[in-house]
Design a protein around this ligand. Structure first.
Ligand SMILES: CC(=O)SCCNC(=O)CCNC(=O)[C@H](O)C(C)(C)COP(=O)(O)OP(=O)(O)OC[C@H]1O[C@@H](n2cnc3c(N)ncnc32)[C@H](O)[C@@H]1OP(=O)(O)O
Ligand SMILES: N[C@@H](CCO)C(=O)O
Length: 402
């Protein structure tokens, strides 16, 4: 199947499989393949036109992939926007199927009877611009008929939120009862509260800073280099490489590095100890440590679901994050936020440490828990916001009840 010549309406029955195959090759379906609102598998798509970027450039004909759950009330006052983390997507909850190996990334928090109860709330989850799960990104086809690749424009967190704001307008939602997100998604949440204050009643900021610090940029930058230094990266023009090879080694290495930011010494030490696995992939002594196998597994798995160029674009967008830029600094920007807020941090998070959430909680005027963040105690580190569903759900439930 050729995505670029696909007719306006794609039969849903064949799309998930073909789409999954497309993602294996590092590409999302081409821009222009669908009419806005057409369902494709679990996803729908909205067209938001050209996106003016902070850099002064414009990204033409932007498409947003999204999923929804629940029913929008006649008064349109029960919508909740859920914004994913770096490698997430619109598939917040199930079902699993072709193209979706899991039952979503937050089924313990969002769903019938969950903290974000889809029997009450209308939940909207878009895939971020620059990503590779259906929204316009580097693997989309540019106006000249060739994938953007490395020509894809530099995006900031604010650019991505500008796209989300246009997307919400396209859906006819003027105000969200809550905008919720973790990690990169929480950076977007903070920007929503500043860029569209009238559209946001509550915000949930989970495990993110008000501005990405030098230390965090450093952790990200070695991952960027891991991808770029893979010879198969070819300066980002690998989609039609003659051998069909992409920068899988570099991307897998970047994911291994990232896993070390996302998890903790306590978890890795307790979970794997010094266990040795033999007979899997003989190296040196004929085996490897179980923790090495775990990192290899995650690195390799990641290359089957993510595009390297998107990884670069999204990581650089995270590096751009600074709520105070052009707004007289972070304290002034936080002080101007009117939305009721939950700020949650994780005690063992060695990537976006609690200091960042303390700054946010102390700077906001309307937190539902006082001047300090809600502290989630967990051995899982940064990923705890995706794993500790009960604690995260309770905190979000408190926000929604406020
Ligand atoms: C849930 C999704 O992945 S949805 C896809 C979209 N992605 C996102 O939204 C990103 C957010 N999600 C995530 O980052 C992760 O999924 C998390 C943090 C929520 C959970 O991480 P998980 O990968 O489920 O858990 P964990 O780190 O324990 O890894 C478990 C996997 O490691 C494998 N594993 C464990 N030990 C080893 C080992 N020694 N050697 C090899 N593999 C191992 C397990 O078999 C398991 O495999 P599976 O993923 O096929 O089930
Ligand atoms: N596990 C998360 C961490 C980033 O917040 C992801 O892969 O998106």
């Amino acid at each position: 199947m050729d995505w670029q010549t696909t007719s306006e309406t794609v039969p849903a029955s064949i799309v998930p499989e073909a789409r999954a195959a497309h993602q294996l090759a590092g590409r999302a379906p081409a821009t222009g393949a669908w009419r806005a609102g057409d369902p494709v598998g679990d996803r729908r798509f909205a067209r938001i036109g050209d996106l003016a970027l902070e850099s002064g450039q414009a990204l033409p004909d932007v498409r947003i992939a999204y999923e929804t759950w629940g029913t929008l009330a006649p008064a349109r006052d029960n919508a909740i926007l859920v914004l994913h983390a770096l490698t997430g997507d619109s598939h917040v909850l199930g079902p699993a199927g072709p193209g979706h190996p899991s039952a979503g990334w937050w089924p313990g928090v969002v769903g019938p009877g969950r903290a974000i109860d889809t029997d009450r709330w209308f939940v909207v989850a878009p895939n971020v611009v620059g990503g590779c799960q259906g929204s316009t990104g580097p693997s989309s086809v540019a106006p000249d008929g060739v994938e953007w690749g490395a020509r894809f424009p530099f995006l900031t967190i604010r650019d991505q939120v500008a796209a989300q704001i246009a997307f919400a307008r396209e859906l006819g939602i003027e105000r969200f009862a809550a905008v919720v997100g973790g990690s990169m998604g929480a950076m977007h949440v903070l920007e929503w509260a500043v860029m569209a204050p009238d559209a946001v009643e509550r915000i949930a900021v989970l495990a993110a800073p008000a501005a990405t610090t030098a230390d965090q940029i450093a952790l990200n930058s070695v991952q960027l280099e891991a991808v770029r230094s893979d010879p198969a990266f070819r300066g980002g023009a690998y989609y039609d490489a003659p051998d069909g090879d992409g920068p899988t080694r570099g991307l897998a290495l970047a994911r291994r590095m990232a896993m070390l930011n996302y998890r903790t010494p306590v978890e890795l030490n307790q979970r794997f100890e010094r266990s040795w696995q033999s007979g899997l992939d003989p190296l040196g002594g004929g085996g490897r440590f179980a923790v090495e196998s775990y990192l290899d597994f995650h690195g390799n798995k990641f290359t089957r679901r993510f595009d390297a160029n998107s990884y670069l674009v999204l990581t650089e967008a995270m590096n751009s994050h600074d709520l105070g830029r052009g707004r007289d600094g972070v304290p002034a920007a936080l002080d101007g936020i009117e939305a009721r807020a939950l700020v949650l941090g994780i005690d063992s998070d060695r990537y976006f440490s609690l200091e960042g959430q303390r700054e946010i909680a102390r700077g906001l005027r309307r937190t539902v828990h006082g001047d300090e963040p809600v502290v989630l105690r967990s051995d899982y580190g940064h990923d705890a916001f995706l794993i500790e569903d009960d604690a995260v759900g309770r905190a979000i439930g408190d926000l929604l009840a406020a």
